[in-house]
Design a binder for this molecule. Structure first.
Ligand code: GTP
Length: 730
């Protein structure tokens, strides 16, 4: 099975795109053509799926495995739970790498970006393809850091299943909740893997409880650990009543034995396993009618006689219906429990045909991903994930379809179905993949190229990066003409800066990082304005009267209303221009030039001289709305973050003291093993550079997670300080 790709690569041959016929980019059916895969030089891969030696076992099975044998899965978790380490083990055991990569040594396959290797974190999702016991698995390793949440979401929406990895000593953590909610939104069946069972403080029971309580999920305990923390040495398979022990002399975990539990040798463990199995059977029977009939009929007297296969089939159905989640455990770092996890992926997560997708798309080149390396292929069947190149106008969040007419037909159907929502018909969801919800950036800073001549290069780099990562926003400051970079966090902006340098060869300069504030008004105010300008021999004359008032919506989009006196015919021709004017005025509030939220704008009167252009109407409306906003009492809103700090007991006091100085509001302090978990809110402006401060306060022993909660009104004193600082008074 092992082959050296370097040899294989010398024989490669690419297929001219003219030969490629009927290609598809996602969930497609197409004709098969013979070709040799194109492989960039392999680093430490021993073989690509289905290849033996320099030859190809069966091209058809390499590229087009039967759809029932495909699993498209993602790995998701809180930062540092061990996704990348688990993925490395998966690649090694499935035979596609020859050595075990290590996050701490910076030589993993899926964290291939330089920044990922240097920092030991996942930033970009990486796709890899491998085979496991006759199944083709397309796996995506997603980032755990909150700044890259969008990256997780854009992966989840094209996956059929996911493995949620937990640190068994921490259970459900802040970002686990976020990714779990995202998976709920995209209706992704899941398996939980309680990793780090070898770590001090690891607790199977605690982690399972946290899944039940915090994720409100029903855990199905398919395994029990044998030992915990330092004593962790193996697992019990509850379904088959077998114990799995890893050979302590084996340093790669390949060598383990699976033995039935026997009364003579393991009486206690067998008793515990039978109890767990009976509980599992009852739990599954409660969720699956077909299984309930079987259990209550044939096997009601003795669950022990129930064949493992029947139970496995029922667990598969329950997982697919997302009424419960299978829970497994292990230690990726100590090479224990990963092979059974792979078995569970093939056994319990769905194949693409068990989920509903149905689109075709013609494209020019198709590539099978293997982290940062690709094989060019001519076609692939429904249910696979592939890469394509050259779609210039396509960005994250788009659904590709076979033709304009089918896109229009799908959109029309989706619209009709949306209207019928009360009938709970989910046809529209089947047709179009749900769009990615792009979170609003909370930080921004200026970015400058090394010289004016390099401005177009910077614009090009930012355009490309934005298409990849829609959570990155770029805009021009209308006053200074500077380019502004808006991102999800300090790390996000830092990584973008670094990528521009490494990938586009541009050394750029960032201005100080600033918080993205918003503004609102506290009372109503009216304003009138007239614009009278003659351009050439055309006179443009508009008079407008508007009222701005506060409303409770938490929305950046102003509500627009029209007084009855505004003539319908006038609205017909100028409504677009009026609304443009209102929106552009609300983008720059009077206090800080930040977007204005929670306002309604009423147009009380509008008179337009014949021949006046719509641009002039927009300009006049915009100016008038800004006047009204300026007259009202104004309020700055600041981003408030949910903060979760996990800290050793001894360091709790300094952490709390520091948070008090940062205007933190502590909601709860939980106990998690030997640690304390501080949960609360803190204004974003106060938490810049927190990772360094926390490291110093706790000798590097604490971790924290941050997530935008809401925008809250600043108190008058803090607001004054901010406004004075901005206007250079302090
Ligand atoms: N004790 C122990 N440590 C582990 C285990 N798995 C991973 N680690 C360590 O935990 C740290 C994080 O591991 P990663 O695999 O990078 O975690 P990740 O979830 O991919 O991290 P991000 O992608 O950055 O969110 C590294 O120092 C690993 O060596 C495990 O099973 N036991």
């Amino acid at each position: 099975m092992l082959t050296n790709l370097r040899i294989f690569a010398m024989n490669h041959q690419t297929i001219p795109s003219a030969h490629i016929n009927n290609l598809c980019c996602y969930k497609i059916r197409a004709s098969f053509k013979r070709l040799k895969p194109y492989v960039l030089l392999g680093r430490n891969y021993s073989s690509l799926p289905g290849l033996i030696g320099n030859d190809i076992k069966s091209l058809h099975s390499v590229i087009n495995p039967p759809i029932a044998k495909i699993r498209n899965i993602g790995i998701m978790a809180h930062i540092d739970a061990g996704k990348t380490t688990t993925t490395e083990r998966i690649l090694y055991y499935s035979g596609y790498t020859r050595s075990l990569g290590d996050v701490d040594d910076g030589d993993t396959v899926t964290d291939f970006m330089a920044q990922e290797r240097e920092r030991g974190i996942t930033i970009q999702s990486a796709a890899v393809t491998f085979d496991w016991k006759g199944y083709r698995v397309n796996l995506i390793d997603t980032p755990g850091h909150v700044d890259f949440t969008l990256e997780v979401e854009r992966c989840l929406r094209v996956l059929d299943g996911a493995v949620a990895v937990f640190d068994a000593s921490a259970g459900v953590e802040a970002q686990t909740l976020t990714v779990w909610r995202q998976a709920d939104k995209h209706k992704i069946p899941r398996i939980c893997f309680l990793n780090k069972m070898d770590k001090t403080g690891a607790s199977f029971k605690y982690a399972v409880e946290s899944i039940r309580e915090k994720l409100k999920a029903k855990p199905l305990l398919l395994q029990l650990p044998i030992g915990e923390a330092k004593t962790f040495k193996g697992l019990v398979d509850v379904v088959t009543k077998e114990k799995l022990l890893w050979n302590s002399n084996s340093n790669d975990g390949k060598d383990f034995e699976r033995k039935p539990l026997l009364e003579v040798s393991d009486p206690e463990l067998l008793k515990e396993t039978i109890e767990a199995r009976n509980a599992l059977i009852e739990q599954v029977a409660d969720l699956d009618d077909e299984f309930a009939d079987l259990v209550l009929g044939e096997f009601s007297e003795n669950f022990d006689l129930l064949p493992a296969e029947k139970l496995q089939n029922a667990i598969h159905r329950v997982t697919l219906a997302q009424t419960a989640v299978p829970v497994l455990c292990g230690s990726a770092l100590k090479n224990k429990g990963v092979q059974p996890l792979l078995d569970a992926v093939t056994m319990y997560l769905p194949s693409p045909e068990e989920r509903n997708y149905e689109f075709l798309e013609r494209i020019s080149r198709l590539l099978l991903p293997f982290a940062d390396q690709h094989i060019e292929i001519s076609s692939l069947t429904a249910g696979n994930i592939a890469l394509t190149v050259g779609l210039k106008h396509t960005a994250t969040g788009d659904t590709l379809v076979s033709s304009k007419s089918s896109a229009l037909a799908a959109a029309r159907r989706a619209e009709r179905e949306e209207e019928k929502q009360h009938r709970k018909n989910n046809e529209a969801e089947r047709l179009l993949l749900a769009g990615v919800e792009i979170p609003e950036p909370v930080f921004f800073c200026t970015i400058e190229p090394p010289s004016v001549a390099k401005q177009p290069d910077l614009e090009h780099a930012l355009k490309c990066l934005q298409r990849e990562d829609p959570s990155l926003k770029v805009r021009l400051d209308p006053d200074s003409g500077q380019t502004i970079l808006c991102g999800m966090g300090e790390l996000h902006i830092e990584i973008i800066h670094d990528r521009i340098k490494r990938e586009y060869g541009l050394e750029t300069y960032l201005g100080p990082l600033q918080v993205a504030y918003r503004e609102t008004i506290l009372n109503s105010a009216c304003a009138t304005d007239t614009l009278d300008r003659t351009l050439g021999d055309q006179r443009h004359l508009v008079t407008v009267e508007v009222e701005a008032r506060p409303i409770e919506t938490s929305s950046l989009m102003p509500v627009i209303e029209y007084a009855e006196s505004i003539h319908e015919d006038l609205l017909k021709v100028s409504q677009g221009a009026i609304e443009n004017g209102i929106h552009s005025a609300c983008l720059q509030g009077p206090l800080l030039g930040s977007p204005v939220q929670d306002v309604a704008i009423t147009l009380h009167s509008l008179t337009v001289h014949p021949g006046t252009s719509t641009t002039m109407i927009s300009a006049c409306v915009s100016r008038c709305v800004q006047k009204a906003l300026k007259k009202a009492d104004k309020q700055v809103l600041e981003p408030l973050m949910n903060l979760e700090v996990t800290v050793a007991r001894d360091y709790l006091s300094p952490v709390l003291g520091d948070l008090a100085q940062r205007r933190g509001n502590i909601q709860e302090i939980q106990t998690r093993q030997d640690n304390k978990v501080v949960i609360g809110f803190v204004p974003l402006a106060e938490i810049m550079g927190y990772s360094t401060a926390l490291r110093t306060l706790t000798s590097g022993s604490a971790t924290f997670a941050l997530e935008l909660s809401t925008y809250q009104a600043m108190n008058p004193q803090d607001q004054n300080t901010l406004l004075n600082r901005r206007s250079g008074l302090t």
